[in-house]
Design a protein around this ligand. Sequence first.
Ligand SMILES: Cc1ncc(COP(=O)(O)O)c(C=O)c1O
Length: 381
Amino acid sequence: MKYQMHVPFNAPAFLGAEVDCIRRAIGKGHLAGNGFFTKECEKYLKELLGVKRAFLTTSCTHALEMCALLLNLQSGDEFIVPSFTFVSTVNAFALRGAKPIFVDVRPDTLNLDEEAVARQINSRTKAIIAVHYGGIGCEMTRLTELAQRHEIALIEDNAHGLFGRYRGKLLGTFGRFATLSFHETKNISCGEGGALLLNDERDIERAEILRDKGTNRGVFFRGQADKYTWVDFGSSYVMSEILAAYLWTQLNAYERIQKQRRSIWNLYQEQLQKWATEQKIQLPHVPSTCDQAYHLFYLILPTLENRRILIEHLRQYQINAVFHYQALNSSPMGQRLGGQPGTCPVTERLSDCLLRLPFYFDLTSPIQQRVIDRVLEFRVR
Ligand SMILES: Cc1ncc(COP(=O)(O)O)c(C=O)c1O
């Protein structure tokens, strides 16, 4: 019997109260950024995470671009990135003319291989960008030590990992900068959006200017200057109040959202573990040092062909499972920037073999069970 309701890979969380908050934002007559809801969200993130400052931005991509501007990166500089990541992690820094050094990821957590990072550091290295894949923390003890010893900026692209922890400390609080994403695929979302987290007070003043087109408008609006003018580079990275109002509702409900996602993740894990071991399929590994953020649930199949067959099998039952990043070192743009195919074998295998299962706030147990039952029918060829 093939009649089934479509199961999407993702459906953005909608709690209901977002609409009231948006109405309140409209009622305040201030729809551009930096209004009541932006300030509330920023204060909430700052206090919840214990960072020095949080700035809402139009996206995680733009928060990463702000990091590159804050570092004054230029041609001749290098930055170390995992090859298994979203293009924005690299684009943001490459846009300033800096050269990406693609490093492979660990086969267990799919995070930056910290020893491979150590081997790539030289006098041109200006930054290490750590991506906490699936909201499971990188080896932050070693990465922090490397960054401090070589006086390199450590940046956490924490698009996946809000509320995750490494050795009890929240992800996003290790690096000089961290970025968050509130894109609709993320646990907490507002459609498109992000945040820049600063862990060093000295970066606050300039970050505010860069976010507001390179002007000191923030200082002017606080009454600390009698006019505002163009003082630095910058762009338009301020989030609209409408989106901040939506985000405000979601941030306030983060415990409920995270609890629900934890149950979904645990059900996948409990029901698929035995089958996965028999089929030699790898499930996510959460080291004992990490409290994860419950962002993704994935399978790593033995071959590309097995992944194709499983995607097709699930599609027959209207279940949408999707792969993830293509290896950036061998992508056309990655190669233009100096990447070489074959240099990141773990990443290249993940590009072919990793498959993400449907995972979203409203995924009900019966629907999730349908996904699990269909996955359990699959046998590796
Ligand atoms: C690791 C990582 N960094 C950055 C981004 C970009 O996020 P945004 O869409 O908010 O710009 C993504 C997008 O999914 C991502 O996976």
